[in-house]
Design a binder for this molecule. Sequence first.
Ligand SMILES: [Fe+2]
Length: 470
Amino acid sequence: MGGVVRSLLQTATSVFLIFLCFVPAVTVLRGTVALSPAAPFFFPPALEFVHGRPRPPLSERSKHGTRFPCRPISHPRSSARTIRAPPMAAGLAAPHGGFSGWPSGGWCDVAHRAGAGRRRCAAWSRRGCVVARQQALPTSHLSHRHGRAGAARVFVLSDLHTDYEENMAWVRRMSSEEYKGDVLLVPGDVAETYKNFVTTMSMLRRRFRSVFFVPGNHDLWCRREGGIYLDSLGKLKALLDVCRDLGVETSPGIVDGLGIVPLYSWYHENFDKESDVIGFRIPSLDMVCKDFHACKWPQQLSSKDISLALYFDLMNEKNHDSIEEIKRQKCQIITFSHYVPRQELCPEKRMLFYPNLPKIIGSDLLEARLRSIHGIQGKASACHVFGHTHFCWDTVLDGIRYVQAPLSYPRERKRRMNGGEDWLPFCLYNRGLTDTLSPCWWSDYYRSNKREPDNTDLAPWVARFYKRVS
Ligand SMILES: [Fe+2]
């Protein structure tokens, strides 16, 4: 009898233990918000579940009271169900590649894994994400200087990188009719090889009434040109010559009362004014930046000091008279460059997989140059277009609207909400500047969140990456 009772007690205990194990698992599987008290036996206490999806612990989301931006929900079709696909909703994809000596061939690949992918982002987008959507421009920044009826529209398309066959095919697929009366601004990084550059610009020239171009770093690489150029300045001359032959504008001009001013520039290291991230093994610029090896410069010019930035800035002097004429006519003016004129147009270092990125993206001389055209205070009609970092951007800073709309690398494009397939080229001007700021992840983020240049605590996705590689 005693044996039977003991056996029954053992069975009851086993059933109870199984119940304790089973309930939390079922609860989680069904997507219940709170875990049962038994959950800590099976899951780390910090791991929360919302609607069946794991969320990162709160401490990761908000170390200094700052919320980090969520990644865009990557797939264009799935995102279209929950968020209306905006015309310009990329931007979390990292800056251009063109760098070596880093896992997967560049920090851009690494940055693409920011936030470890779409699963977390999808969860964040429910509660943690503070990214706003379409924002109206402040009335004070609306341009009322409308062009005449039927005037040219202005489109923007930077960083075409048509050495990638997918990108060349994208250009080939562009309508041959739709843009016949329009202007296209191409702020650099068309292609690495002269041959691809000419092919691309010829196609664009056939599609648009006018094409304006300034060179980017990739355009001046010499490594695949078979030694036919003495250096990158030799290649620059060849590109400007072929532009002239093709009818591509590389100097300021006026189209339907609209002044367009290409600005030549190069980056310099002390453009970066924000605190460095320390305590992690961040690769040197020399190791990471391919420009240092793929460009060739005469002895007196170098990427490692301000000499190249000065050289390219002085190239704008030859256009002084035509710029003054455009200013005299009081045209609506759009300036454009390849490089970044202000550090606020790049995410903070703690958000970047390569935190030293701001050292190789911009020029103070460029900002001074464009302010000399638009005015120190800016004005309603002032607009500057740039490229290089591959972060979509649309914002107003100190009276000037700054826009980036890159085609980027195929792998970057695929991670964007609408892939760039149907919103590019981006229409910036149609009888006046477009009167809403386009949704872009980072510029939206910085409209809602203050920049913290002295905060060097890495964003969770960057910290995880450095822990992994160190
Ligand atoms: Fe680029």
